[in-house]
Design a protein around this ligand. Structure first.
Ligand SMILES: C[S@@+](CC[C@H](N)C(=O)[O-])C[C@H]1O[C@@H](n2cnc3c(N)ncnc32)[C@H](O)[C@@H]1O
Length: 507
């Protein structure tokens, strides 16, 4: 642990008081959003504290003190801290290592953020970001809840299972979510400071986490899990002295090897049928498709003796300049400074050295198959909005793909499929014409898929009410439209498979 800024103290008694005081003060996501309003809240998301300071300029009371102290990192009168935290008090906050004296005022040494949903509020501690620090981040910075954290949390399938692993736990945010549906949570990190924060956040939430130090899968050698989640340190970083290697985003490997090695090795740590949910970046070289890259990782998993089924959704692609600008800015370097320009150049050179043309970002869902061979691989590009949270659709999508892989076309035709309530049909007709020129099936939830229908598949969907099997419906449609029944079945089967995989038809 870094001696000059250790993680807060793990003192259950004082942390209990902190939690009770924050609960009592009504600190939660909605209350802070209402206090700050959309403009100041939006600016804080962009690491701009000015609108929040301006909005609170004449506002007193515990919630305003909370924001000044723990969000903005401003100096606060200890009497106001005592008012916000009457049982912990300002002295207790200092004892916890969460604040230090600054003249006659008190300044927090960590960010505290309410986080949760309609059913619960957690308080999550992490290092202050650049908003409060006012400088670029130190390399051992422990990340709070960011966009990638909430993306992963939203996409994670949440079956009730016995054991889960949170790899690269950071402040422990994924483990908080896992605790709602998993019996035993193991959380690992290379950073001792991160594990310190995760321990404090678990204690604040009254949770028992099995925290382990070590790199990647080393701390869980020989162990298996029903679910693995990881927002890994996937940021591709040039290995050069003039580019900081932030612990929170750099896993210590060249290029995209951190994610490649996870995909290759994770199958060995999953129970049969167990799932892994990851975020990742992949480097796409000249003449390559991103599917070749991720497909190569899946081939490597099979060659290593632990094959996995995979559903990978690419959400974004950046060119080297966009990637360089994003990540040289991320640590707090202002655009246009010599440091920022030097770093951007380092990224461009690094990518050029490997012939990288684009960098993909996406969400990877893996499953250990029941048998020795993988049963499916579905790599799709989907840039548009998706339902949130996506986890239930991911779980249903993995189960549907498994079922489809295990059943032949005759079995697909033998099911009486139905359209779930979020699926609607749209008919587009040219003015003055009676028959539609375009018919589409639109999904309200999940990936929000839109599938264009033919006369045959539109007729099929119109009778998908869970009563008639697809095979019987195909026969009737052939008769009605005077078509060859085999040709109708040959059109119906791939459509049904596509619609079932993404939840536009269900059993
Ligand atoms: C992007 S952060 C994710 C934090 C948190 N899980 C979340 O979802 O916000 C990646 C985490 O991986 C950790 N890390 C970096 N290198 C690692 C390694 N080689 N092995 C394990 N964890 C590592 C970092 O310390 C950091 O906490």
């Amino acid at each position: 642990m870094t001696p000059d800024h250790p993680a807060p103290a793990l003192d259950p008694e004082l942390l209990g008081r902190l939690r009770a005081d924050l609960d009592q003060a009504g600190v939660d996501v909605d209350a802070l959003e209402e206090l700050l309003g959309p403009v100041a809240s939006g600016a804080l998301h962009r690491e701009d504290p000015l609108p929040a300071r301006w909005r609170l300029r004449d506002v007193d009371g515990p919630l305003a003190t909370f924001v000044r102290l723990f969000t903005l990192g401003d100096p606060v009168d200890p009497a106001e801290v005592d008012e916000l935290l009457p049982t912990l008090t300002a002295a207790g906050l200092v004892e916890l290592g969460l604040a230090r004296e600054d003249g006659t005022s008190l300044r927090s040494t960590a960010e505290v953020r309410p986080y949760g949903d309609e059913t619960r509020t957690w308080y999550v501690l992490s290092d202050h970001g650049e908003t409060a620090l006012g400088t670029s981040l130190p390399v051992d910075h422990v990340l709070g809840i960011g966009g990638a954290s909430t993306t992963l949390a939203a996409w994670t399938p949440r079956p009730e299972v016995r054991r889960a692993l949170d790899l690269g736990t950071g402040c422990g945010v994924q483990s908080l979510h896992l605790s709602t549906h998993v019996g035993e949570v193991v959380a690992t990190d290379l950073s001792q400071r991160a594990l310190g924060y995760a321990a404090v956040n678990a204690a604040l939430a009254g949770l028992d986490l099995d925290l382990r130090a070590g790199s990647m899968l080393e701390p869980v050698a020989g162990e298996r899990f029903d679910l693995v989640v990881s927002n890994p340190p996937f940021v591709i970083t040039p290995r050069r002295a003039d580019v900081p290697l932030y612990e929170y985003r750099d896993g210590g490997a060249v290029g995209d090897d951190v994610v490649a090695s996870l995909v290759r090795d994770l199958g060995a740590h999953l129970e049969p049928g167990g799932l892994a949910q990851l975020l990742g970046n992949w480097e796409v070289r000249e003449g390559q498709d991103w599917r070749d890259v991720v497909g190569g990782w899946l081939d490597a998993a099979e060659a290593a003796g632990h094959p996995v089924d995979a559903w990978v959704v690419q959400r974004e692609e950046q060119d080297p300049a966009e990637y360089a600008a994003t990540w040289s800015r991320d640590g707090g370097q202002r655009a246009g400074t010599p440091e920022h320009e030097g770093m951007s150049l380092a990224w461009l050179e690094d990518f050029a050295a490997r012939g990288v043309e684009r960098v993909g970002f996406g969400v990877i869902t893996l499953q250990r198959p029941a048998g020795e061979r993988p049963t499916f691989r579905d790599l799709v590009d989907h840039r548009g909005p998706v339902t949130t949270p996506m986890g239930a659709s991911v779980l249903a999508g993995m189960r549907a793909r498994t079922w489809l892989a295990e059943h032949d076309d005759a079995a697909v035709l033998d099911v009486a499929w139905s359209c779930p309530p979020d699926v609607t049909e749209e008919r587009h007709t040219r003015p003055g014409e009676a028959d539609p020129t375009v018919i589409v099936l639109r999904q309200g939830g999940g990936l929000g898929r839109v599938i264009q229908l033919s006369t045959v598949t539109a007729a099929l969907v119109s009778v998908c009410d869970g009563e008639l099997t697809a095979g019987v419906a195909a026969g009737a449609i052939a008769g009605l439209l005077d078509l060859d029944p085999d040709a109708v079945r040959a059109e119906v089967v791939p459509f049904v498979r596509e619609a079932v995989a993404d939840g536009l038809l269900v059993r």
